[in-house]
Design a protein. Sequence first.
Length: 222
Amino acid sequence: MRVISYNLQKHRAAGELAELAAVHDPDVLCLQECDVQELPEQVGDLVLAEATQGNRLGLAVYSRASTFRVQAVKTIELKKSLHDRIARPAHERVLGVRLHEIDEGRELIVASFHAAPLTALNSLRRHQIRAALTQLAELGPGLPQLMVGDYNYPVFKENLGHTVREHGYALTLSDDHTYTRYRVFRGHYDFATSSGFEIERVTTLPQGLSDHRPILVTARLD
């Protein structure tokens, strides 16, 4: 299975989605910072499974209609940072979709995630990640689960990896930095947490109009 995750930087990179889908042929596309009202219903062979409605800038998940049927969706609010409370709050930071694989009859969960901004503490983001994984599991207890997105966690990933492993999940970084706008903030912001998947690789794709580079996660069900 091939999953692309892309933070569109306030919908700026939305025009790149059709080419990304054509070149890399993903089965699932997970977006962050998108203007939901401006999203197309279809990107190449991918159909919009669900998008959030409560955020100024939302989340979306597309899936290949010939491969998957959407069984259920779940939007999740997480503990807010001070920035969220002062600025326009991001009500929904996780969008999970339970998918039924048509040919094999298997089911799995894929989610798009956007953590609190860098002004928040890493401890808050770790809390958000744990809460997100726990609530996503409610879509189907025991099902394989893959959460990709913008984790806003460029440093001290050892602590995050320990937290994720204690929770029964694996953390997989991409092969190159995903945020390059400011040299001081460069790092791996966009990556994957998973359970029940073998992550073969996470490839950082070329820079587009966004300040984040998209990532391509290649995974197999265990």
